[in-house]
Design a binder for this molecule. Structure first.
Ligand code: CUA
Length: 250
């Protein structure tokens, strides 16, 4: 080997060793870690549409595997929208069709855009950054409609609330209702089904099992599926409503 070649190789190797040592030192001695996620901090923990009045809306959009929260934003034509986008888990993207809004959703930071929606119609929003097994189903919608503008929602409870939550939280992206397998098991006929877990044990999908599966999705993994389900912030009542809805899926 040429002498100069050897010098370059040795010094490159030494430099890498120094960098690695510095990394270990920073992580163990200085306790430096990656930044905490800003989505731990209100108001970026959950999606929200705030009506500022005068056709001005502030939208807090949270991207997560594999849905946008809120999945649907309804505004009247001529709306001025301030969009704040963050991510809960990994890097996602957000493109709103027929607009020039094209943002990255990065954990730990908030990206923003101001835009107008003048023409009535539905604007699909898609995730344009590969983010895992369910990337291709990660979609949302802006609906621009004079009729849909600011109709106060009637209070819903029980299985009806559960159905709405199931849809709003993006569950159908992974859990089909028609028996077909997706990223996660189908929800068709889930109630009372015998579930085989990854550790070989079996359980009956009763109310208790389903509540736990929603509350702590990483605890018991169903055999043959990836441990991909995110923890979703839900109240006890909301979890019960979801289970009530799942019970209706024959
Ligand atoms: Cu989120 Cu791709």
């Amino acid at each position: 080997m040429d002498r100069i070649e050897r010098i370059v190789l040795v010094s490159a190797g030494a430099l890498m060793a120094v960098f690695f040592a510095a990394l270990v030192y920073a992580a163990t001695q200085l306790r430096i870690s990656v930044p905490t996620c800003i989505t731990d901090v209100a108001p970026f923990t959950r999606g929200e549409v705030i009506d500022k009045g005068n056709h001005h809306y502030e939208v807090h959009m949270v991207a997560k595997m594999w849905a946008f929260d809120p999945p649907e934003v309804r505004v009247p034509p001529g709306s001025e929208i301030d969009l704040y986008l963050s991510a809960l888990d990994v890097t996602h993207g957000l493109y709103i069709e027929h607009t020039n809004v094209n943002l990255m959703a990065v954990p730990g930071s908030v990206n923003g855009a101001r835009f107008r929606l003048d023409t009535e119609g539905e604007y699909d929003t898609i995730c344009h950054e590969y983010c895992g097994a369910g990337h291709q189903v990660m979609m949302g919608k802006f609906i621009v409609s004079a009729a849909a503008a600011a109709q106060p929602a009637a209070a819903v409870t029980g299985a009806a609330l559960g159905q709405r939550l199931f849809e709003d939280k993006g569950c159908p992206a992974c859990h089909s209702l028609d028996g077909s397998a997706g990223v996660g098991p189908t929800m068709q006929g889930i109630f009372g089904r015998t579930v085989e877990l990854a550790d070989g044990s079996t359980k009956t999908a009763n109310a208790h099992y389903l509540e736990e599966a929603i509350r702590e999705p990483g605890e018991e993994i169903v055999k043959g599926f990836p441990p991909a389900m995110p923890e979703t912030p839900l109240t006890g009542d909301e979890i019960q409503a979801l289970v009530a809805y799942l019970e209706t899926l024959k």
